[in-house]
Design a protein around this ligand. Structure first.
Ligand code: ADP
Ligand code: MG
Length: 239
């Protein structure tokens, strides 16, 4: 294993009945990188990150994170080791207010006195721009703010690696700008793996892009290389 890599998968595979959603994937992510994972619908992106985070079990293959084999580690232990994530499906607690949502997420990985947890929660809310909404019930927030709240909950886990599955889906233009700014800011401390459909976001944020199609990695490279890649154009960018 390359010691610079925070995350590595070897021959990672997941079947669903007759479908191979993730097919023999060798993937590696360097500490400190901002990586985008792209590909058409059904390519296997969500399944791949579900395997990485431990939401589902691999059919075969290996996953290592921060120099440890985590293939069979339960999801909560992966969180404890520094994996944070937000998923395509909204994962906020709709009946709690913003502060309570972030506070709960922060608690999962926090050692220290309650007042520190409190100020840490406030800091995260500030960082994502939700401080003024802290006493608003999460379920009543505008959609864009709910997505930001999810990111806040991911950040509250103080992850080494933050995985975001289509975070800008449904966001308005201005909100997408705020999102990009936020990711740049947190990327100083956190390695980012971003599944994203918005090509402007991908091309301006990612240092490197991995392209999946039909369960396999079909290309990997810088934004310039990916834009110039013919296989990618055919499979994804529409010729
Ligand atoms: N829980 C599941 N049960 C059965 N098939 C699934 C399940 N999750 C995903 N799949 C299938 O696996 C393939 C990859 O899906 P997914 O990982 O969601 O792709 P993406 O996120 O790239 O759109 C698709 O064919 C999808 O229908
Ligand atoms: Mg998906």
């Amino acid at each position: 294993m390359d010691t610079m890599n925070l995350l590595e998968t070897q021959k990672l595979t997941r079947h669903f009945g007759g479908i191979t959603a993730v097919d023999d994937v060798n993937f590696s992510l360097k500490d400190g990188e901002i990586r985008a994972l792209i590909g058409p619908n059904g390519a296997g992106k969500t399944t791949f990150v579900s395997l990485v985070t431990g939401r589902i079990e691999a059919s075969s293959g290996r996953i290592s994170f921060a120099h440890e084999d985590i293939t069979h580690l339960p999801a909560h232990k992966r969180i404890a080791r520094g994996m944070g994530y937000t998923f395509q499906i909204t994962s906020i607690f709709p009946d709690l207010d913003c502060f309570e949502n972030v506070h709960l997420a922060a608690q999962r990985n926090f050692e220290g006195p309650a007042r520190k947890l409190y100020s840490f929660t406030r800091m995260i809310l500030e960082q994502v721009g939700l401080n003024t909404y802290r006493t608003d019930i999460a379920g009543d927030l505008a959609y864009g703010h709910q997505r930001l709240l999810e990111i806040a909950m991911g950040l509250a886990q103080r992850p080494k690696l933050l995985i975001l599955d289509e975070p800008t889906q449904g966001l308005a233009g201005g909100e997408i700008k705020d999102f990009m700014h936020l990711i740049r800011e947190v990327s100083d401390r956190t390695t980012i793996l971003l599944i994203e459909h918005n090509m402007d976001v991908v091309m301006s944020l990612a240092e490197k892009i991995t392209v999946m199609d039909q369960g396999k990695i079909i290309a990997e490279g810088t934004p310039e290389e990916i834009q110039a890649n013919e296989a990618v154009q055919t499979a994804y960018l529409g010729g």
